[in-house]
Design a protein around this ligand. Sequence first.
Ligand code: PA5
Length: 442
Amino acid sequence: MVKVNLSGCNSFIKKAEFDEYVSKALKAYDVLDSESGAGNDFLGWKALPDGTPESLLQEFEAVRDDWRSRGVNLVVVIGIGGSYLGARCALEALNHQFILPEGRPRIVFAGNNLSEEYLAEMMDLAARSNVACIVISKSGTTTEPAVAFRIVKEHIEARYGKEEASARIVAVTDAVKGALKTLATQEGYRSFIVPDNVGGRFSVLTPVGLLPICVAGYDIRAMLRGAADAKAAVSVRSADNPAVQYAAMRNLLYSGLGKKVEILVTFNPRLTYLAEWWKQLFGESEGKECKGIYPASATFTTDLHSLGQFIQDGDRCLFETTLKVEKSGRSVVIGSDPQNLDQLNYLAGQHVEHCNAMAALGTKLAHIDGGVPQLEVSIEAVNERTLGEVFYFFEAACGISAYLLGVNPFNQPGVEAYKKNMFALLRKPGYEAATEEILKKI
Ligand code: PA5
């Protein structure tokens, strides 16, 4: 189960201050628990771990098995923001980091940027693969995935014909509205619904995340079980509730000590994308009304050789939360060398992970000395179950933390601003006035 260790903050705060923030966090917990706060029509994520029907999981497996029988070896997952980060984070965490999966399709992501080179090179791969596509957009109108989908759809139809294409494309979108829903109905694609009451960044345990994870060959039931365990652990009105503790400490550091940036640190590169998912979760939930902790991330020890100087010695606006993995999934022991020219024999017989753990401890102590409070969130290992735990843990902690901060965790008014300008510049019909306005500015 997810554990939170706040001892690395002890030298920065007084116990009484923390207790005060725990009381505030418990009030925020009550708001989330009683579903009485702002955005309470977006709490559908709370029911997902134990409320997802078995029949839905079987439908995902039917897609997986159907594509296997068609020899599909490449699945393009199209989506952006909350419609791709959860699946990407899970697959980066679970996949072998170097060897392509045997007997499982390779999953690539598109529609999460507007780079022509990215799309062209992804299509180079599609052209030499047996390809299928999952297109995910809750609104069904987002430009980036719509552009990518138009190109992938054209390719699949030209290669396999319209009828076969409709078996190779699956849509995940709103139950009734949006262009993608209309298209899916018209073309006869299999479709899955993004529930109305689940926002993008809380959607990893809906078809948005579970379908790609299932198609990639992973155990989505274990993921849901892990999420259910975490739900049980964080659904307790107690000062010891790990989500309450995490929310209380980060708000104390922010409001009490002026620590405006939280760096989510991992010492395991397979969790780099978990930090990307976490950044969206906390950034979009809390960054509003001129408030919020800026969510940043770093992968150590890699980034100690680039960001380490700043973290140790730069502006003291930072605190760190280390996502610790207690047990390595693999074993690599450092050998002894009779010449010892690299002078590493003092490590002979040690596991590489022991060096990693000592690097982590050394970094923690150095950063405390440098004035950077240290929080720790740990999981036992990296697998489907612990990912489910971590997803639900952070979602609940985020809801509590944002209510404590005094903002609505579940809206994202700020993400529309760039779209208006982009549409005006692209001369989208209906944006004529905005085009005139923006042309005066440039
Ligand atoms: O959290 C959010 O709402 C956003 O990040 C969306 O997930 C993202 O913009 C994609 O939206 P959609 O799924 O409607 O295409």
